[in-house]
Write a protein that binds this ligand. Structure first.
Ligand code: CA
Length: 232
């Protein structure tokens, strides 16, 4: 059973999708306004999101960008659903990085089949506990970092920080997001603390510390090929 979030303002369509998903044994919830999408995703942490493009509040493209920009929701597969049937819109949807795209009118059966295919693919990937990026290899199961094949001793916080940065290489991780992700919602850890841990992590990594890049005024990013000038 998987949890699916449906973001769709047309109630009859949302109900139809939910009905078909529930028949397949999935758990479906829905919101009808684009502004509700990210909070709902954070609350339910769904396995997949069905996202309509034409939405009140915040359109689907903006919703999609917000989902991808937040490290907590960036990895959730998204199937875009829209009344727009133009080829150019389909290409735009896929270029955004959506996992699949369906134009209305669509067959609910086909939507469910495509959702099942994505969920199977994702499950396979998440079973892999090793994350490799260049000289770095994270063994998530045993919480160990290998740099150029040699184990490096990291604290739990440092390991979580590095994992968070490495898991989503394209995103710049805002300080506030990193604090929430690594330390949890309830803690009131100061930004200074985050900077201290980043500094220590870089020191432990030695010359490889340059891969953790400071994005001025925003946060941090893991880069495979960092520009030396940007890390100062
Ligand atoms: Ca709509």
């Amino acid at each position: 059973m998987s949890k699916i979030l449906i973001v769709e303002d047309e109630a009859d369509i949302a109900e139809l999708i939910a009905l078909h998903l529930e028949r397949e044994g999935h758990e479906a919830s829905s919101v009808s306004n684009g502004l509700q999408a990210l909070p709902a995703a954070l609350q339910h942490m769904p396995d997949l999101i069905v996202l309509d493009l034409m939405l009140p509040g915040l359109d689907g493209v903006q919703v999609f960008k917000r989902l991808r920009a937040d490290t907590r929701t960036a990895g959730i597969p998204v199937v875009i659903l829209t009344a727009r049937s133009q080829v150019v819109d389909k290409i735009a949807g896929l270029e955004l990085g959506a996992d699949d795209y369906l134009s209305k009118p669509f067959s609910p059966r086909e939507l469910v089949l495509r959702i099942s295919a994505i969920l199977r693919r994702v499950k396979k990937v998440t079973h892999v506990s090793e994350l490799r990026r260049g000289r770095f290899m994270l063994d998530r199961k045993n919480m160990k970092l290998f740099l150029d094949g040699a184990p490096l001793d990291l604290t739990t916080i440092e390991f979580k920080l590095l994992t968070t940065l490495m898991e989503n290489d394209t995103a710049v991780h805002a300080r506030a997001d990193l604090l929430r992700e690594v330390w949890g919602y309830s803690s009131d850890v100061a930004t200074r603390t985050l900077d201290t841990h980043i500094k220590r992590l870089r020191e432990k990594l030695g010359p490889a510390g340059v891969h953790i890049v400071t994005i001025r005024g925003t946060g941090f990013q893991f880069q495979d090929a960092p520009d030396a000038a940007a890390t100062a």
